[in-house]
Ligand binder design. Structure first.
Ligand SMILES: [Zn+2]
Length: 98
């Protein structure tokens, strides 16, 4: 099951990278496009490619901010855990002999 999940992840990643590269390549090739009219199929395709690139940029920035926030939360939790372990009775060498 885990192997199938990894294979699926690799295939989806490759497809996303291909979509991004083909979109960027199409925009670069059609950069000097001379529009033929109102229903130009190349302009429609250019718009779709730009949308794909914008959405992927938004997705990458969202994932980066999520990773950064989780990393900061993990670091904060480690500091709190370290502070709590320093304040035990054993570490403070308190003897309770009442
Ligand atoms: Zn056009």
């Amino acid at each position: 099951m885990l192997k199938k999940k990894r294979i699926f992840t690799v295939i989806v990643t490759i497809l996303v990278i291909l979509a991004l590269l083909s979109s960027a390549l199409f925009i670069a090739v059609q950069a000097d496009h001379h529009c033929s009219g109102g229903h130009c199929s190349i302009c429609v395709q250019l718009h779709i490619c730009q949308s794909v690139l914008h959405l992927s940029a938004l997705l990458v920035s969202a994932l980066a901010s999520l990773a950064l926030s989780s990393s900061l939360r993990l670091r904060r939790d480690q500091h709190v855990r370290a502070a709590l372990t320093l304040l035990t009775l054993v570490t403070c060498k308190v003897k309770l002999s009442n």
